[in-house]
Design a protein around this ligand. Structure first.
Ligand code: SF4
Length: 295
């Protein structure tokens, strides 16, 4: 493992409208899950050799100092630019020790991951939950394992992630699915979306939060198209994207409206939350008004 210097790791979030998160924490830089659509490859983030995971030097000491200095506790989000449960975490346990610090200093946590390794820390998540809100978001974009292997080659398959959702839910952790991105012409079909809703319900998820489309820009866009050319040659996907989106950064699925209708109806029928304010309210309920930053 290579280490990179850092001055601070737990930083104030610009807005708490995203899952009610008050602070952001990235212990690692880069990610080896290899998702072909990953937005974090974009030039604006300046992460060279993105697939090589590096850890922040003295991360736990820095996190402890960051937490000590915060005037008020809140929910610390992790997993925005790098999966906190990459394969190196199994041995390094930096994310686990950071959770211990969040627990000791009275902070809540909102984790985003594609890895089943998160279930290792159920004991700590339960401890944190005894005093602060805890939320786990597991990303699933493809109901079919073969498709998930194609578009997210370094991450556990979708079925393994759903098993993790089931374990977390069984343990009483408020867990749901991030259904994003939904890749145009690959994943934006009714069968895929409704199958994911069905599997989420079966696994005991409390919510799904979707984005029917993706973003594409500069080197991330080129990476994505190269992967499509190699992995799905013959499907002319590059041409389909050019026709549908030109040079747009936001690439909303041409079927977004229909999918939203079908998706929201299925969620309502199954008793799954899918609106941001409802999800925030549900996982923060019972922790006092001071934690309800969204409102
Ligand atoms: S898990 Fe997230 S950060 Fe890692 S490659 Fe996939 S999309 Fe990017």
């Amino acid at each position: 493992m290579d280490y990179i210097p850092a001055k601070t790791i737990v930083t104030r979030s610009k807005s708490s409208t995203w899952f009610g998160i008050d602070y952001n924490m990235n212990i690692y830089r880069g990610c080896c899950h290899g998702c072909i659509y990953c937005d974090s490859r974009s030039e604006c983030y300046g992460i060279e050799a993105f697939d090589r995971v590096r850890a922040k030097e003295n991360a736990l000491e820095i996190i402890r100092n960051d937490l000590r200095r915060k005037v008020r506790p809140g929910v610390v989000g992790t997993g925005a630019m790098s999966d906190p449960y990459n394969p190196f975490e199994r041995e390094l346990q930096l994310t686990r020790h950071a959770l211990e610090l969040l627990n000791a200093y009275g902070f809540g946590v909102a984790i985003a991951t594609k890895s089943s390794l998160v279930t290792r820390d159920i004991d700590l998540l339960r401890e944190i939950k005894s005093h602060s809100p805890v939320l786990v978001k597991v990303t699933v974009t493809a109901a079919d394992d073969d498709l998930s292997a194609l578009v997210e080659p370094g991450a556990p398959r979708s079925s393994e992630r759903l098993e993790a959702v089931a374990k977390l839910s069984d343990a009483g952790i408020f867990t749901g699915l991030l259904l994003m991105p939904v890749l145009p012409f690959l994943e934006d079909n009714t069968d895929n979306i409704l199958a994911i809703v069905h599997k989420a319900k079966e696994a005991g998820a409390r919510f799904l939060y979707p984005a029917f489309g993706m973003t594409l820009r500069d080197r991330q866009k080129e990476w994505y198209f190269q992967k499509l050319d190699t992995l799905l040659s013959g499907q002319n996907l590059r041409q389909q994207y050019a026709r549908a989106f030109g040079n747009s950064y936001q690439c909303v699925s041409p079927h977004a409206k229909t999918l939203w209708k079908e998706f929201s109806a299925a969620c309502e029928q199954q008793g799954l939350l899918f609106r941001m304010q409802d999800i925030i309210r549900a996982y923060k309920v019972g922790y006092g008004d001071s934690q309800l930053t969204f409102f």
